[in-house]
Design a protein around this ligand. Structure first.
Ligand code: PLP
Length: 227
């Protein structure tokens, strides 16, 4: 069986998640999205059999290739940048976590209206302001929140953020708290926004202490990525 360590790794992760929820005091439940990018379809199957039905991929085409081999009712999350000309491929994703620009929002909205069911999406927020990261700045979100509200083809379920690497814990906490504030703003103006997707292998415990409801975990579950 591929990924023989996965059940043990997962049980360790679940213990750490419970500890972080208790320390953080937000009382939330936490969904693990198993990030299978660069692994084969066998990682998706291993995740499913270990009890992880939510899987994250950062490239649409790579995900679609795996979907051919995986007929189980996996919930596919798109966690990477989506090019506007690929929006029609969103059909096979349960949640787009990387809604990172107004133009993309417009395309997704049109797609959702045409198919008659809105696309569930998280707004990607760039809290740290790093130029290498995509997403809306928290400052621009007030205007954006209003614009998104009239889009009936997209349903904003929450916020996704990525923290900078190799920064002190207080910077991580400030980043995650900033994302949590943007979630509050979105909910205040009427979006059905409750999900806070933040935390990866190296920082998920802190993210959960700061209120994460979704963590996106690759390395800590599957080991180092190939390629
Ligand atoms: C790759 C990736 C992850 C998972 O990273 P790990 O450090 O392996 O847990 C999470 N989120 C996004 C957006 C990613 O691209």
């Amino acid at each position: 069986m591929p990924f023989p360590d996965l059940p043990d790794r997962l049980s360790d992760v679940r213990g750490r998640i419970a500890g972080a929820v208790a320390r953080g005091g937000h009382g939330q439940s936490v969904t693990i999205v198993a990030v299978t990018k660069t692994h084969g379809a066998d990682a998706v199957l291993a995740a499913w059999h270990a009890g992880l039905p939510d899987v994250g991929e950062n490239r649409v085409q790579e995900a679609l290739a795996k979907q051919v081999d995986v007929t189980l009712p996996v919930r596919w999350h798109l966690i990477g940048h989506l090019q506007r000309n690929k929006v029609r491929l969103l059909e096979s994703f349960a949640l787009v976590q990387s809604l990172d620009s107004e133009r993309l929002a417009g395309e997704i909205d049109a797609f959702g209206r045409a198919r008659g069911t809105p696309v569930d999406a998280l707004v990607q927020v760039n809290v740290s302001g790093e130029s290498t990261k995509g997403g809306y700045t928290p400052a621009s979100l007030a205007t954006t929140a209003e614009q998104l509200r009239v889009m009936t083809g997209v349903r904003i379920r929450g916020v996704m953020t990525m923290a900078p690497f190799d920064v002190p814990e207080r910077v991580l906490r400030a980043t995650f708290a900033g994302a949590r504030e943007t979630l509050t703003r979105l909910a205040e103006v009427g979006h059905p926004a409750t999900e806070l997707s933040m935390g990866m292998s190296n920082d998920y415990e802190i993210a959960i202490e700061e209120g994460a409801t979704i963590v996106r975990l690759g390395t800590v579950l599957f080991g180092a990525r190939p390629g």
